[in-house]
Write a protein of this length. Sequence first.
Length: 242
Amino acid sequence: MDSSIKSFINITNTSQAVAKRYLEANNWNINNAINDFYSKNPSGFEVVKIDKKKLEELFEKYKDPSEDAILVEGTEEYCNDLEVDPTDVIMLIIAYHLDSENMCEFTRENWIKGWTSLGCDSIESMKNKIPSLRDELNDPETFKKIYRFAFLFGRQETQRSLELGIAIGLWQILLPDKFKHLELWCNYLQNEYKRAISRDTWNLLLEFVNTIDEKMTNYDADGAWPVLIDNFVEYAKPIINN
C-alpha cells in the first residue's frame, strides 16, 4: 500500500478506497487531501447518501423468481451489467463485502447492507468502485481476510473440507501473481493428491507462499506444515532445481 494512502488512513481513520479518492483528487498531496476531506466532512466521517430504493430495485431485477435471493442466473446477468467475467476475482471480493455464504448467492439483506456500506446504489457506481476493490488485494491483511473467506465461500454447507476442483479454481484467481509455483502446485494436486482440501491446509498455503523462497531452500520439513505441503515440497524441489 502506498505510504500516502497509509498516512491518510491513519489520520482520518477511513478506508483505502476513500484515501485513494481524496489523494487522486488532490494530485497525491497528502496535506491538501486531508484538508479537503475534513472540509467536506467536519465530523470526521464521510457521509455518502445511498438510495436504498435503488438498491432494492436492482435486487428485484436480478433475484430468482422462486427465492428472495440472487442466484446463478441473476448473478450472470449482474456480471453482464457490470461488464465483468463471473470468474473474475472481483466477484469474490464483492461476495466478501456482501457477506455471501454461498457461490452465486446474494440475499436481500446482505445486498442492501453490503452495497450501502460500500457507498454504491447503482450499476454505474458499482462499476466505478471496482478499481478500488481490486486494490484491496494489494494490502496483505485485507488479502488474507478475502483469502480465508474464499474457503468458506467455496465450501458446501455440509462439508468441512473444500472440493479439490473448487479449491484449485479459487487458487487460480487468487494467487496467480503471488505464487510462482501455482501451476506446479495445481498439477501435483490433480495428479498425485486427488482429495479435498482442509481448512488448515488452505490457510497455511498462504503462509507458505508468503514465506518460502523461490527455490524452497528455507523450507523447514520439521516445521508445523501440513503433510500435503511437505509432500509437495519433496515433489517440487527436483523439478524446480532442474
